[in-house]
Design a protein around this ligand. Structure first.
Ligand SMILES: NC(=O)c1ccc[n+]([C@@H]2O[C@H](COP(=O)([O-])OP(=O)(O)OC[C@H]3O[C@@H](n4cnc5c(N)ncnc54)[C@H](OP(=O)(O)O)[C@@H]3O)[C@@H](O)[C@H]2O)c1
Ligand SMILES: *[C@@H]1O[C@H](CO)[C@@H](O)[C@H](O)[C@H]1NC(C)=O
Ligand SMILES: *[C@@H]1O[C@H](CO)[C@@H](O)[C@H](O)[C@H]1NC(C)=O
Length: 318
């Protein structure tokens, strides 16, 4: 009897957690993308690949902007086969190199006529420094997309209504912005232990949310809108540079709360990119295909502006 009650209690707790943590809404919009061009950074694997594939299935011209030529071309081939859409191509982009970002933007603007959707999806949680001497996580997760978005903005404006979507994370909620550390060390956190990497990662995801907030203001009146989001907890390669045991424990926790596959992980990105009539929510943050209010620090005009200014400096724009 007691055993039975315990089991029932456990099941109840499990279902409550399941409801709270599992992100499983499917985007049901029917928007087509014929004649539209989409860039997905990190589109060769995980959530990015699932997103790119869904965009291709809707008829869009899809550019996989990835650092590895081999992986990028392979993924483009797979998506072409899967969707029957021949307009899926790879273009080289390494977000850890400002030279590569500039050269990607230049080639893209020369070769392509449109840009309707820019999906800033690529991110990592790795130690080290970028080619430009920035902390790797700051460089790839924040400064890289910042520069890329800036370089492509005129094209987005010319193709308006258009959108920029930033794949952030619910981890941003644990993040803080340490301007002293950014100014002195060009990094979001020092050290390379798992805890340090995790801290830099959550801080970088807070940067994504703050930038979306600031960008939306700057884009007022242009018909270019922007959104940030949490994709859900998805088993991908994201933890590849974190200690094996930490990864296993994290995966077990994620698994317990119902980790979803990359296809489910792409749903909120698709919602932000394609849902009709959310333009008035530009600059806001979404999770599970719904608007979510972020903590005050993540929508603070002063912090967002300060971060914008130091980011301009770090990519040589001011
Ligand atoms: N998985 C989750 O549970 C979860 C939760 C919250 C948020 N997110 C967010 O979801 C997004 C996608 O992550 P994921 O889980 O799909 O991770 P993933 O499987 O590790 O994919 C990340 C992608 O980013 C690319 N990338 C890494 N460094 C790059 C660089 N320097 N230049 C260009 N591309 C680079 C990777 O390319 P390579 O294959 O060449 O390494 C890969 O294509 C990220 O923004 C992440 O923060 C994920
Ligand atoms: C996305 O995030 C990057 C880096 O944080 C930022 O530079 C860019 O403006 C953001 N774009 C949007 C739409 O939020
Ligand atoms: C934005 O879109 C509206 C409605 O389609 C249009 O009237 C307006 O001229 C557009 N503004 C710009 C700057 O393109």
């Amino acid at each position: 009897m007691i055993l039975f009650l315990v089991i029932v209690a456990l099941l109840v707790v499990y279902f409550i957690f399941h409801r709270i943590f599992v992100h499983r809404k499917t985007f049901t919009g029917t928007a087509k993308l014929h004649g539209k061009t989409v860039i997905v950074t990190g589109g060769n694997t995980g959530i990015g690949k699932a997103t790119a594939s869904a965009m291709a299935a809707r008829g869009g011209r899809v550019i996989l902007a990835c650092r590895s030529k081999q992986k990028g071309e392979e993924a483009a081939r797979e998506i072409r086969m899967e969707t029957g859409n021949e307009n899926v191509i790879f273009m080289q982009l390494d977000l850890a190199s400002q030279k590569s970002i500039r050269s990607f933007a230049e080639s893209f603007l020369k070769a392509e006529r449109r840009l309707d959707l820019l999906i800033n999806n690529a991110a990592l949680a790795s130690p080290g420094r970028t080619e430009d001497g920035l902390g790797m996580i700051l460089g790839v997760n924040h400064i890289g997309p910042f520069l890329l978005t800036h370089l492509l903005l005129d094209r987005l404006k010319a193709c308006a209504p258009s959108r920029v979507v930033n794949v952030s994370s619910c981890g941003h909620d644990l993040g803080t912005i340490d301007f002293d550390c950014i100014n002195t060390h060009k990094a979001l956190a020092l050290g390379s232990s798992d805890a340090d990497l995790f801290r830099a990662y959550t801080n970088s995801k807070l940067c994504n949310v703050l930038f979306t907030h600031q960008l939306a203001k700057r884009l007022e009146g242009t018909n270019v809108t922007c959104y940030s989001l949490h994709p859900g907890s998805v088993n991908t390669e994201l933890g590849r540079d974190i200690n094996e045991w930490t990864t296993r424990i994290l995966k077990a926790i994620v698994g317990w709360f119902g980790a979803t596959d990359p296809v489910s992980g792409a749903q909120t990105t698709l919602y932000c990119a394609l849902q009709e009539d959310i333009e008035h929510l530009s600059g806001r943050y979404f999770s599970d295909c719904q608007l979510v209010q972020v903590k005050p620090e993540a929508r603070d005009d002063g912090i967002a502006k300060k971060l914008w200014d130091v980011s301009e400096k770090l990519c040589g724009m001011s």
